[in-house]
Design a protein around this ligand. Structure first.
Ligand code: SF4
Ligand code: SF4
Length: 88
């Protein structure tokens, strides 16, 4: 399941650079998460990094994008193969 950013977002900018999949982007008013790129940080970290840093706790799971952990891991592998993300 990808995560989503609610309209409580205060545009503090701290989550965007933390995302290992570059799934977070600025929308017309607040930040958004691309569900095709978000893996809940599976493959990179044990916990969603954006949730860890968000000062207002406005990044819940998005029930419109249900995925199992295996599916998230497959997405991670696909993204790695596509070269969309750099691991260090
Ligand atoms: S959970 Fe991880 S992959 Fe998804 S948007 Fe947050 S930082 Fe990016
Ligand atoms: S960390 Fe939270 S409040 Fe800050 S930009 Fe990201 S979603 Fe918005």
């Amino acid at each position: 399941m990808s995560l989503k950013i609610t309209d409580e977002c205060i545009n503090c900018d701290v989550c965007e650079p933390e995302c290992p999949n570059e799934a977070i982007y600025m929308g017309p008013e607040i930040y958004h998460i691309d569900p095709d790129l978000c893996t809940e940080c599976v493959g990179h970290f044990d916990e969603p990094q954006c949730v860890q840093v968000c000062p207002v706790d406005c990044i819940p799971l998005d029930p419109q994008h249900p995925e199992t952990r295996d599916q998230l891991y497959e997405k991670y592998l696909r993204l790695q193969k596509a070269g969309g993300s750099v691991t260090s």
